[in-house]
Ligand binder design. Structure first.
Ligand code: G3P
Length: 217
């Protein structure tokens, strides 16, 4: 399973990259705004900085919601760096844009996926990734992980190559459950990734080893 970090914060991206386990980065307009990155030039420069830190797929989201706008914006984003993946919203014109970029050999990530039907349409349109938002489904008392399972089954039934990129991950159990049901990628903030490290028996076991070693001197 691939690990992407879901942030536009360069310090967190560097810290995750230093772990040596990162395969890519996802961003969205909200994450850019959270870092105070505004205006097309600054945003584009920020994407290039991210590409220079992590050598993997870097999702950059279009703001346009009409076909022509998404095509123009997506082409500009793709030209920034060879690792840019054009992130397209799950709307009608978005499906057409996914087909356009797929035919052109440009990678895409179809975002704001909340149902199996949406994931099926995105796969038909040739999306490289689909991003089901599992935490936001949990927020409204639906199971985000069940959606990942459902999409996995549909994609396996027809050998769709579109990769399931589980997003809106809130805690380490989300990561583990996504791995159990066969998500191709999880994208999450740094915190749940680091929380995977924790186990009290690791801490007490290490303390004992170090104490025994000190007593043996
Ligand atoms: O990748 C999507 C993610 O950024 C949304 O997360 O926590 O706002 O639902 P959240």
């Amino acid at each position: 399973m691939k690990f992407f970090i879901d942030t536009a914060n360069l310090d967190q991206i560097r810290e995750a990259q230093d772990l040596g386990i990162m395969d890519g980065v996802t961003t969205n307009p909200s994450l850019m705004a959270k870092e105070g990155i505004n205006g097309k030039e600054n945003i584009n420069r920020h994407y290039v900085e991210i590409c220079n830190i992590v050598d993997g797929d870097i999702s950059a989201e279009v703001i346009s919601t009409d076909y022509a706008g998404m095509i123009a914006e997506g082409n500009q984003l793709a030209a920034l760096h060879e690792n840019i993946v054009v992130k397209i919203p799950m709307i009608k014109d978005g499906i057409k844009a996914l087909r356009y970029f797929s035919d052109k050999g440009i990678k895409t990530n179809c975002t704001l996926i909340f149902s199996a039907g949406q994931a099926l349409l995105a796969a038909k349109a040739g999306a490289t990734y689909v991003s089901p938002f599992i935490g936001r489904l949990d927020d409204i008392s639906l199971s985000g992980v069940d959606l990942i399972s459902q999409i996995r089954q549909i994609y396996d039934n027809y050998a769709y190559e579109t990769q399931i990129l589980a997003a809106s991950i809130r805690h380490p159990m989300h990561i583990i459950e996504c791995a159990e049901v066969g998500a191709d990628v999880v994208t999450c903030p740094l915190k749940p990734i680091l929380q995977l490290l924790n186990h009290p028996l690791t801490d007490s076991g290490l303390a004992q080893f170090l104490s025994d070693h000190a007593g043996n001197k």
